[in-house]
Design a protein around this ligand. Structure first.
Ligand SMILES: Nc1ncnc2c1ncn2[C@@H]1O[C@H](COP(=O)(O)OP(=O)(O)OP(=O)(O)O)[C@@H](O)[C@H]1O
Length: 748
């Protein structure tokens, strides 16, 4: 691309800290919007999106996961879709909208928060944006409001060949970056006002922060969930200039930021995100600047005062010791309570909502940050409660979400021994005045941090953990160990901290760590080069110690190889109780599981499960997950039969109607197809012996068996499925698990 003479090309800014940016990735400068970190991807890449190219600047993990899950839902419209954990962003056909500056200007639509910009929604936003800009000579840096909470930023795209090539390009705002100086009139209309309106208490924290700044407290700690803290800063920024630095940024960049902060009137504050740790040199530079030391590159003639530095963190105690000793003021932003969520949601939706919907939104947003709750409320205003449910489901794939309710004991067959053992630890009836159903149960954990479930894959460990939460009326957070690991320094520990911070906000809560051996292998084995695992284990230990002092968070961990888990985690006061979850060892147990799994089936006559199981491989070769395959197989069999016979009858239908929506045959075909897909997935999943908890959709799957599809499952269907069933573990593997159990129980 040849730079236009009126907009000389700035030096591209490379934002990746380590790995070179993948070709054809467009980066947006983080200063585009205070809370933003996003990646811009050319349309051509949509079809082949891989998680790897998504590199975010601050919340790498969150962005990685969210983009991975969301982008496919946006395809094929709009041509480029972007998001960050807290902002949605869609670039809509810059070339056709702005023909006069085809390669130099991109149209960036910032939509608030995480509502899933489904294709029609994105198109609507883009249409609005085009309308707002029509007839205007849009310049880089222009910000145009198009509707409540949605505005357009015209960003400048720089780089060889412009937006259509596959060259590495950085995107920078042509103008100054902050809300305050890009468009003063917007300071009132955008995020600040919106947050302050919907969460009145945000104003309190901003006022507190402002008081600290006015008293010239030079080092301030702002503690709270990362996003909540970011929101307070956003609102504060509407009143005073804020300059942001990353705790691991190069010193030169931090120096530039300090100079920029001193040059504004009044002198700006520097905000440093400290969640992922802060480099010692950066700490030194920031603290020096707070006592008037001049940053590098500083010219006396430029004047300026000492700087006020705000460190944002989850807990003040987590700040580096050098910072801790210098903190002059603290502002704590507590997690948002259910009452606050209710209030915020009802304010946002005003008279549009039924009381029950408001309650449901407040409940489904358990553990969300303030901005996320507000985002969910705006989804409701735009598209109703159903979209909210979908949004939460989609959102949950990309980050830690909190489930409430869900699996009950009745969904579990057999496993009575582990069930009882867990019940002893989590005393559900500890407070007789509080029923289980009101979601207000105090979990008496007998001062145990948690338990470790171990055993062969597919035996129901995840299910048990979910049922504990479901029966207690607690929230449930499920984490797959390896997902927390990150190649970047400090990120894995940060992810662990995030899990516990989320658990604290969602308490009472059960946190489930699957594949603990992968997350926390024995320290000192040197299996990983950078000692990441060792640091993760240390972080887990310190979080467990914090959990031990409260009785409303309970950890359930699961592993197929508990012998590989770091022994420190299994010491008294931590996960000192290990419970073996075995394969169903008798026909009776198999039968109980199958019965639980087919509870919602429409059965044709009485089913003799004993006879069904006689046609299946003998115990103990079938896991609960294998039996689930049997149940699903039987349903499929019945659905196919139904489809066949109904098709034969089709021509004789009285009114000749063929509505897909009402037609049980069509429904059955659809469900059968869905099931075929799930079955395929399940088979792969079993063969790899690394079960996805899969129980997210557990209740829904069960319900889909029983819904109005008209599929009735007969004895014959079950027998046919049983005959086809193949166990997922062979006898050698079973033997190995048995030996492991003996080794652990006898301590040999
Ligand atoms: N006792 C059981 N009762 C009912 N369903 C079961 C039972 N055990 C397993 N299942 C079924 O198997 C599926 C997989 O179970 P789950 O994910 O809980 O196994 P897991 O032991 O956690 O596996 P992994 O060790 O591979 O993580 C569940 O979704 C459920 O459908």
């Amino acid at each position: 691309m040849t730079p236009s003479p009126s907009h000389p090309r700035p030096t591209p800014t490379l934002l990746s800290k380590t790995a070179p940016l993948p070709a054809s990735t467009f980066l947006l400068h983080p200063s585009l919007h205070p809370a933003s970190h996003f990646v811009l991807i050319p349309a051509a890449q949509h079809a082949t999106l891989q998680p790897a190219p998504f590199v975010s600047i601050n919340s790498r993990l969150a962005t990685l996961r969210t983009t991975e899950h969301f982008l496919p839902t946006l395809h094929p419209v709009p041509p480029v879709a972007l998001l960050s954990p807290s902002l949605w962003l869609s670039v809509h056909r810059p070339i056709s909208i702005l023909p006069s500056q085809p390669s130099a200007v991109a149209l960036v639509v910032l939509a608030p928060l995480f509502p899933p910009l489904r294709a029609p929604h994105a198109q609507a936003v883009a249409r609005l944006a085009a309308k707002a800009l029509r007839g205007r000579d849009a310049l880089p840096g222009d910000v145009v409001p198009v509707s409540r909470g949605v505005f357009v930023v015209v960003a400048r795209v720089q780089g060889e060949g412009g937006i259509s090539t596959s060259t590495k390009v950085a995107v920078q705002l042509g103008g100054a970056p902050t809300v305050a100086n890009v468009a003063p009139e917007l300071a009132a209309c955008a995020r600040a006002k919106w947050m302050a309106e919907e969460f009145c208490r945000v104003k309190e924290f901003v006022a507190e922060l402002d008081a600290c700044v006015r008293q010239r407290a030079r080092v301030i700690a702002l503690a709270g969930l990362e996003k909540d803290a970011a929101d307070v800063i956003d609102v504060y920024e509407a009143a005073a200039p804020v300059v942001r630095v990353d705790g691991h940024e190069k010193l030169g960049k931090v120096g530039d930021a300090l100079i920029a902060a001193r040059q504004t009137t009044p002198p700006g504050v520097v905000v440093c995100a400290a969640e992922g740790g802060v480099d010692t040199a950066v700490v030194g530079l920031l603290l020096n600047s707070a006592v008037g030391e001049k940053p590098m590159g500083w010219h006396e003639a430029e004047g300026g005062d000492e700087t006020i530095v705000i460190f944002t963190c989850e807990e003040v105690a987590n700040l580096p010791p050098a910072v801790l000793t210098r903190v002059e003021a603290e502002v704590i932003v507590p997690a948002v309570t259910e009452g606050e969520r209710m209030q915020a949601v009802s304010q946002a939706v005003q008279e549009d909502a039924a009381e029950t919907d408001i309650q449901e939104i407040a409940r489904m947003s358990t553990g969300f940050a303030r901005a996320e709750v507000a985002g969910l409320a705006s989804v409701y205003v735009d598209s109703g409660i159903k979209s909210c449910r979908e949004a939460v489901k989609l959102f949950g794939k990309g980050k830690l979400t909190v489930d409430v309710g869900g699996v009950k004991w009745g969904d579990i067959g057999g496993l009575s021994a582990p069930k009882e053992e867990i019940l002893e630890l989590v005393d559900l009836s500890s407070d007789p005045t509080k029923g289980h159903s009101d979601g207000d149960v105090v979990v008496n954990t007998n001062r145990r941090v948690g338990v470790l479930l171990y055993g062969p894959p597919g035996t129901g460990k995840t299910l048990l953990a979910r049922a504990v939460a479901g029966e207690c009326g607690c929230s449930f957070i499920s984490v797959k160990g390896p997902e927390l690991l990150d190649m970047y320094v400090g990120e894995s520990e940060k992810n662990v901290r995030e899990v516990f911070a989320r658990a604290a906000t969602a308490a009472p809560c059960v946190v489930f760590f699957d594949e603990l051996d992968a997350l926390a292998p024995a320290r000192g084995r040197g299996a990983d080069s950078g000692g990441v695992s060792d640091r993760v284990v240390s972080q887990l230990l310190s979080e467990f110690d914090v959990i031990a002092s409260r009785n409303d968070v309970f950890i359930i961990a699961a592993s197929n190889r508990p012998d590989l888990v770091d022994p420190g985690l299994l010491r008294p006061g931590r996960l000192d109780k290990m419970i073996y979850v075995s394969m169903p060892g008798s026909r009776k147990e198999q039968e109980a599981i199958l019965k639980a799994q087919t509870r919602k089936f429409q059965l044709k006559g009485e089913i003799d499960f004993e006879e069904v199981l006689e046609n299946a491989p003998p115990p103990p070769t079938l896991s609960g997950a294998d039996l689930y395959s049997l149940a699903a197989g039987a349903w499929m069999h019945a659905a196919k039969e139904l489809v066949g016979s109904e098709l034969d009858d089709e021509e004789t239908t009285a009114d000749g109607s063929n509505s897909v929506e009402d037609d049980p045959v069509e429904l059955a075909v659809k469900e059968a197809a869905d099931w075929a897909e799930r079955q395929e997935f399940r088979r792969e999943w079993l063969s790899e012996a690394k079960a996805d908890s899969h129980t997210n959709g557990y209740a829904e799957e069960r319900n889909s068996f029983g819904n109005q599809s008209g599929v009735q499952v007969s004895q014959m269907d079950f027998v046919a499925a049983a005959k086809e069933l193949k166990p997922s573990l062979n006898s050698k593997q079973l033997q190995e698990y048995e030996e492991l159990r003996v080794r652990i129980e006898t301590g040999v």
